[in-house]
Every structure is written in C-alpha cells, then in structure tokens.
Ligand binder design. Structure first.
Ligand SMILES: C[S@@+](CC[C@H](N)C(=O)[O-])C[C@H]1O[C@@H](n2cnc3c(N)ncnc32)[C@H](O)[C@@H]1O
Length: 458
C-alpha cells in the first residue's frame, strides 16, 4: 500500500537541515520528504523553523532558532536588510555568494535539462573586487508620513515602503541625489502621491549616474503633468547636485506596477546623460534599458566577445539588443551586426550609438526577435553567430524554432535567469552542444546570477 505523505501544518515548528540555496536566495531543506523554503537560512545550517505558508508542492517557513550556524554567515552591512526586499544574500560572505550562484546554475540545469550536468564546463562565477555601491540607477517609491517625505523600496513580500537613506549597493551619487530630491520635495511642500486614495503627485524618484562620466540624471515620476513650483524644484536640484546634466519628468497616472508611464518631458538640461563602457560612449535617455552594473557589464561583454571569437567576416545577430551595447562591442570584429528590440527608442539610440562610433556594418530594427529573425532568414540572410540576451522569461518558442532551423555555428546565450536558460538549453540541445557556461555576478548581495553560455552547432 502506498504510504501517505505527511503534510506540514501551518505554524508547525520543526528542525531542518539546510541543503542548498534556492533560486531566490532562500535556504532549502527537506522535512519528511517535503521541500521547505526558509528565507535567511544558509546551506549547512541546522535550524528550527515555523511553517508560514503551505503550498501543494512545498512549504515556506521562517527561522525560529539557528542551532548550528554556517561558518560563512556574516553581519549584513545594511541597517534595513531584514525588512527590505532588495537584497537576499548580505548575510553570506561574498566569496561564498559566488560559489552558491554557480550552484544555483547547476541546480537549474539538473532540474530542467536531460544533460549530464557533471560533465558540463560550468565555470567559477566572475565576481567584483568591491561588491558594494555598484548600481548606477535607483528607482525609489515616494511616500509621506507625518509631514516627512520617505523614499525607498517595498519590503520583502509586502507593499510597505521601507525608507532607505543609504542603499549599500547603490552608487554614492545616486544615494546622495535621492536624499537631496527627497529634501527638496519636503522643503517645497510638493504633494506626494498616496497609493490608496490615488491623490497627490510625486510617485517615484529615479536617479541614474554615468559612473565614468559622473553625469547625473533625475527623473520625477508624477501622476499628473502639472508640477507646482517647477522652476524652484529645478533651481534647487541644480544648486544641491552640481553634476546634474538632465532633469526629466515622466507621467504615470495609471494603477500599475510599472514605474514609467508613456509620457516624458525634459525639465532642464539634456534629455540624456552620457556613459562610457570600454572604448564606447553611450547616450542614455530616461526610459532606455542599460545594464545596472557597468563594472561587471564590461566583463560580461568581454566574455561574449571571447565566446564569439570573430575573425572580421561573420554575420552576427544581437537579439534583444537594447541600445545596441553587445552588438557594438562586437562590431569591429564582425562582417555585419543586426539587432532588434521591442522598444523603438532603444533602436533609435542603437542607431545613433553605431553612427557616433563610425560603424557602417550594423543594422537595427524595432520589433520582436521572434518575428524579425524569421523574416531575415526567409529572405536568405543566414547568421554565423547568434547572440541572445532576453528578459527573465527566456526565448520565445518561435525564436527557438528559427534558431534550430537556421543552424548558426555559434549561439551565445546571455541570461539573467538560470531556470529559463536551462529550459531553453534543453530545447536547443537537439542541434547544439554546450561548450561552457560562465556565470557573472552582476548583482552582488542578491540572489541574481547572470550567465554567458557558449553553444556550438553539433
Ligand atoms: C536583458 S535586456 C538586454 C539588453 C542589451 N542586450 C543590453 O545588454 O543592454 C533585454 C532587452 O530585450 C528587450 N525585449 C523584450 N522582449 C523582446 C522581444 N520579444 N524581442 C526583442 N526584444 C525584446 C527589452 O526591451 C530589453 O531591451
């Protein structure tokens, strides 16, 4: 007779040995064969937990007591780490974070592919010398409490705003800019948006810095276009933040989790700031995607270049190209680079960026990768190297089918989500062999891991 599985009960307390880290950075253990996720617990730890949520296939629990601590457990740097949802691994030594991130990639491949993962070349994660202050952009929600303006991120699994004065992973200039703008809004008594009543005006402060150029952009996201004391706001920002080169207003009156609305107006200075990556210079307007960690981006793109091994004649696809950064990184060694992206402004920026650097072998088209690449292929254009850098959802099945059909010699998959990378590798393994996977730590202190995977046609 089949033995019935014992179900964990809500609020049940039980001991647990943490075996590994899950994809969201939680400790994972097994209680009577049931999977239990425990935020804050580390591999190797013996903990006592209390079940907080029961799901059909797993349970969530919180730590009540740590009986045996991991030797890698450290004191988190940030005072609001326990409440804020931004970082998940500040309590783990940095070199161990890098090891765990490689392990997260291995687990995803084991779960989602039929490959013999022990035989794959999965390299050590490339980390940062200084894994703090690396983010070039912050998007902090704004609230008002007792006459004070607060700005920060939502708490872990909640909609409660955590006020953050000094975010430890943000660049000092973005922290300073948010603090100053917060004070200006408070000093000038500018109405702050209230989420429940949907009254008030300022919803979000977005700050972006060019780390190489020092240029600063401030975006005020408001629920309506009318901005009282506009000239005073601009004057104060320029006085208190001399590096500001661009002040922009974006209007988002919708009830949405999206930060930006469709309408953007320049308030002062340029519409963009400049940033330099390696030998290339980019113009970044408020809404365009740009990698958040420029130090690691250079390492990631160099990995792509090395994997591509171009000789000057190859036809290269830069799918999901953003403002064209990866394609332009490769363009001096390629015969031709073609890129596409769904955001038309990004394609306009990609074209300008190519022109500024004198590249005449590039072509950028707005639209979906899964629609554009099949069209090019149908017209007889056959790439030698395909680079894909999709969002967390991975590759669309139509793009996967085109890649299998076109049989480029090399496929370089840049991924920010090991699960979708692994699922797509499984589909691609019909025609492609994984040569190696190189994890790169783009987001120290968080559970995110980026990969550059080289696949070669069998
Ligand atoms: C992870 S970003 C990569 C951007 C760029 N490669 C870089 O390194 O800055 C993903 C990009 O894919 C774009 N995107 C999302 N879905 C897409 C699709 N179906 N086809 C083409 N681009 C898409 C987004 O606009 C975004 O710019």
């Amino acid at each position: 007779m089949k033995k019935e599985q014992i179900k964990i009960q809500p609020k049940q307390t039980f001991p647990l040995t943490i075996k590994r880290l899950g994809i969201n950075g939680e400790g994972v253990g097994y209680f009577k064969k049931q999977v239990v996720f425990v935020p804050g617990a580390l591999p190797g730890e013996e903990v006592v937990v209390e079940a907080t949520k029961i799901h059909p296939k797993y349970a969530e629990a919180r730590i009540k007591k740590i009986r045996i601590r991991s030797p890698h457990r450290i004191k988190p740097l940030c005072p609001v780490y326990a409440q804020c949802g931004g970082c998940q691994l500040q309590h783990l030594q940095y070199d161990q974070q890098l090891k765990e991130k490689r392990d997260i990639v291995i687990q995803a491949l084991e779960r989602h592919t039929k490959l013999d993962v022990s035989k794959l070349d999965i390299r050590e994660t490339i980390g940062m010398e200084n894994p703090w202050g690396y983010r070039n952009k912050s998007s902090f929600q704004v609230r008002e409490k007792d006459g004070k303006v607060l700005a920060g991120l939502y708490g872990l699994n909640s909609h409660q705003l955590i006020n953050i004065d000094q975010c430890a992973v943000q660049h000092a200039q973005t922290n300073e800019a948010t603090t100053q703008v917060k004070k200006i809004l408070e000093d000038l008594n500018i109405p702050i948006y209230h989420e429940k009543t949907r009254k008030g005006l300022v919803r979000t402060i977005v700050t972006r810095v060019g780390m190489q150029t020092g240029e600063l952009q401030i975006v005020l996201i408001t629920s309506k276009k009318e901005l009282p004391k506009k000239d005073l706001i601009i004057q104060e920002i320029q006085k208190r933040l001399p590096n500001v080169k661009s002040i922009v207003q974006n209007i988002n009156g919708e009830k949405t989790s999206l930060i930006f609305g469709e309408e953007t107006h320049s308030l002062a200075g340029r519409e963009f700031i400049q940033e330099v990556l390696g030998d290339l210079q980019f113009e970044l307007s408020a809404r365009t995607f740009f990698q958040l960690n420029p130090v690691q981006t250079v390492k990631l793109y160099n990995e792509v270049k090395q994997a591509a091994g171009l000789t000057g004649v190859e036809k290269v696809v830069d799918a999901y190209c953003g403002v064209g950064t990866i394609g332009l990184w490769l363009a001096d060694k390629a015969g031709e680079v073609r890129g596409m992206d769904v955001i038309p402004e990004s394609i306009e920026d990609a074209k300008k960026n190519a022109k500024r650097h004198g590249f005449t072998n590039t072509k950028y088209v707005p639209g979906k990768a899964e629609e554009i690449l099949p069209k090019w292929v149908k017209k007889g254009w056959k790439p030698d190297v395909i680079v894909v850098d999709p969002p967390r959802t991975g590759l669309d099945h139509r793009l996967l089918q085109t890649i299998l059909q076109v049989e480029a010699k090399k496929l370089i998959y840049v991924s920010c989500n090991p699960s979708t990378l692994a699922k797509d590798i499984q589909t691609l393994s019909k025609k492609y062999e994984v040569t190696y996977i190189q994890p790169v730590d783009m987001f120290p202190q968080t559970s995110h891991v980026e990969c550059c995977a080289l696949l070669i046609k069998k």
